[in-house]
Design a protein around this ligand. Sequence first.
Ligand code: IPM
Ligand code: MG
Length: 340
Amino acid sequence: MSHTILTLPGDGIGPEILASARTVLDTLGHFEYEEQALGGASIDLHGTALTDEVLDRCRASDAVLLAAVGGPKWDTTDPSKPRPEQGLLGLRKGLGLFANIRPVRPSPALLDASPLKRERIEGTDLIVVRELTGGIYFGDSGRDGDTAHDDCLYTVPEIERIAKVGFELARRKVTSVDKANVLETSRLWRETVTRVAEGEAKPLDHLLVDNAAMQLVSRPADFDVILTENLFGDILSDEAAMLTGSLGMLPSASLGDRSGPGLFEPVHGSAPDIAGTGAANPLAMLGSAALMLRHAFGLENEAGALESAIDSALEAGLRTADLGGSATTEQATKAVLEHL
Ligand code: IPM
Ligand code: MG
């Protein structure tokens, strides 16, 4: 059976790393591709970061593979102007992708590439489970003269469904992260997650987000699933990425209720400063393709083979610029293919 992958190269280094993913995917199976514009690329074409047509094409696909959006060309603080990020947020909301899964497992070869000491990060194998369609990202917002506001809103069903995903993915325990000492939404979060945990076999603990930020660098190997709301998950996952040595290493999967396609994208952005130079690290993009093979198509063997090939290529010395080396995107792609 052939799967249709809707590809969204987006902006900056996006097209370069997406090309790398397609090369690698083509050695693993037969896939049909359809490419569409998102983010700045779509603003240039249509004046909006996500058109209804592209959203419909995404809905009709088996999986959406996205590279990155954004860039200085479209940077603005004017609320009446379109921003590339609106495309990504519109896609997440439009496809109902409430569960963002960001696995953080430093490749053994990169244990010395992290700014943290090897002894600290050894054994780290955690998953950030981030709520993706609620909270402050999607609350009412606005500006009135010298005043601006962004409302944070969560409902019990929204918290319940993401908490269940957290427990499904947990191997040892769930650590729920909130700011229940200050925020009402966090107190509802804590109560609701605690209630969901009563029907689960795995233990639950709670951390306040400021404390979690500290624990994540002082004892990362103790975490299993970090379950948290949209904004806290955004911040903590960038922090967690540095455990792997580079933001260029972290893949992600965004899933909904399974009635439609999932979205697979690297956690990093469009790196406009190195766009077009051929120096981008494609490994987070390739890791995201592996997550797509696993979560969208059930191709566990192929997903595992790709992940091992990434590890082996690093073991054999592959280092792109972000990891202190000089390998190009093309060389990195070749190195992974050699180990596949
Ligand atoms: C991410 C990104 C996005 C987010 C931006 C580009 C809107 O930082 O996926 O983590 O904030 O969710
Ligand atoms: Mg982010």
